[in-house]
Design a protein around this ligand. Structure first.
Ligand SMILES: Cc1cc2nc3c(=O)[nH]c(=O)nc-3n(C[C@H](O)[C@H](O)[C@H](O)COP(=O)(O)OP(=O)(O)OC[C@H]3O[C@@H](n4cnc5c(N)ncnc54)[C@H](O)[C@@H]3O)c2cc1C
Length: 427
């Protein structure tokens, strides 16, 4: 209840300061769990810092890049949360984190803290790639999605006015490097965007020249997926005409072609780089114990050992599941669950109560394959095809933040199913 909240915008002399770094899944769910639960007696001042003034729902970014959803509809202004009068939002770039000194330097000044949440996410892993080209695409921000969509439309415009088949072939070859769940969802949506929505608008282009390639280093796509789900996805993407290269890596990206496995060359004008992530480089500079990807080791309460009051969640955190003895895979679901546990543990600490451990569970998988199919699993239940796609759409439209965006996303999907995806080049 709003009446029970402490006012984060007005400092009380002895207020405990909770500082949340990052406004993604981890950061906003800490905010959404902690702030509404605070009582005036807790005497807490909460501040969240993010470089954008919105929370971005990353799982639908490929739908934005391929014209099915409007960019703004998967972004939610952090200041718009119902309990906005009870926390401070600072739009700034975080520059340095001093865990021992309990302060954080940002482009808007220095902030100190009693409790800290590290939730700065990750960046694309570019290791092993040699690129001489500016037009290598990643998919991590709204700007990435806008740039990619414009580029795809632009190569169609350019291919439509050249009569050189070699030039057309180069322009119309699209390579997605990375066959994890992001790569698979992206390449299948890209294929639908290109072959269903774009190709019919450019009647001077021979469809047979269009080539879409998925390159994956492992011997199967989405290696961790249940065999049946993986086999279904593989069958579908091959049926879609996507050329899948397993046990392969894009090793060099040149201006007009790429190199695969240091040997084969392929003319291509579009390379989208989604083979995995490494933690935010800023987090990798923090003076705490980290893994080889730069993620911070956390204990069962998600605290950073040696730094009382500091927590790491989501893509920043390296959590070893006591059941398997293995580090868990970060995704939006684990980020959200960890955020809720970390927020409750901060509250427990403030109220001198017992903290609770984070217990890892990942009972479901849902991955879309183009605009009409998906796979879904929940424990032993497995669904394939259009039914799974409906579940995927229903689930994600509910998860998108707030009714306002939920309605806009569902409307976009319905409109793009009826009228096709958006093909405007937006400067
Ligand atoms: C294209 C894509 C598709 C995905 N699809 C799925 C999916 O289908 N299912 C799933 O479970 N997971 C998916 N994920 C993974 C999931 O989105 C991440 O695991 C999750 O976002 C991690 O949450 P986080 O809070 O750690 O990081 P993020 O959500 O990335 O949040 C980090 C925040 O920190 C901000 N930030 C970073 N550096 C700074 C700085 N120096 N100063 C200020 N602010 C900063 C960023 O702007 C961002 O708001 C996908 C990821 C991507 C990129």
């Amino acid at each position: 209840m709003a009446s029970g909240l402490t006012d984060g915008s007005r400092r009380q002399p002895s207020a405990k300061k909770v500082l949340i770094l990052g406004g993604g899944f981890g950061g906003t769910y800490v905010l959404r769990t902690l702030v509404p639960a605070l009582k005036p007696d807790d005497n807490v001042e909460t501040t969240i810092v993010n470089d954008e003034n919105f929370f971005l729902f990353l799982p639908l970014l490929h739908e934005v890049a391929t014209g099915a959803i409007e960019p703004r509809h998967i972004a939610y202004p952090i200041r718009r949360f119902r309990f906005r009068n009870h926390f401070k939002f600072v739009q700034a770039v975080i520059e340095k984190i001093d865990l021992a000194g309990r302060k954080v330097s940002t482009s808007a000044g220095t902030l100190d803290f009693d409790y800290l949440i590290l939730s700065l996410g990750s960046i694309p892993d570019m290791s092993g790639l040699y690129s001489a080209r500016q037009s290598l695409f990643t998919l991590k921000s709204l700007e990435d999605a806008r740039r990619l969509k414009n580029h795809i439309i632009d190569v169609f415009e350019r291919a439509s006015v050249t009569s050189d088949p070699e030039q057309q072939k180069r322009l119309l070859t699209f390579v997605v490097s990375g066959g994890g769940y992001i790569g698979v969802q992206l390449v299948s949506a890209l294929r639908d965007f290109i072959l269903i929505d774009l190709a019919r608008l450019y009647n001077t282009i021979d469809r047979n020249l269009i080539k879409i390639v998925l390159v994956e280093a492992e011997s199967k796509i989405i290696p961790r997926l249940h065999t049946n789900l993986g086999a279904y996805i593989m069958k579908q993407i091959k049926r879609m005409g996507i050329d899948v290269r397993l046990k392969s890596r894009v090793t060099h990206v040149f201006d007009d072609h790429i190199e695969i496995n240091h040997s084969e060359t392929m003319p291509a004008s579009t390379v989208i780089w989604v083979p995995g992530v490494v933690t935010n480089p800023l987090v990798a500079t923090v003076d705490a114990q980290k893994d080889s990807a730069g993620r911070i080791f956390v204990n069962e309460y998600l605290e950073v050992p040696g730094f009382p009051g500091a927590y790491a969640v989501g893509d920043c955190a390296h959590f070893i599941d006591p059941k398997s003895g293995q580090p868990i895979i970060s995704n939006a679901h684990t980020g959200v669950r960890q955020a809720k546990v970390a927020a409750r543990n901060i509250l427990a600490d403030i109220r001198r109560k017992q903290k609770r451990p984070y217990i890892y569970s990942s009972p479901f998988e849902v991955i879309s394959v183009g605009s009409s199919k998906a796979v879904f699993s929940f424990n032993n239940l497995r669904l394939y095809g259009f039914g799974a796609r409906l579940l995927w759409m229903g689930g994600y439209s509910l998860l998108v933040t707030k009714t306002y965006n939920q309605i806009r996303v569902v409307t976009d999907w319905l409109l793009s199913l009826v009228f096709g995806r958006d093909t405007i080049f937006l400067r």
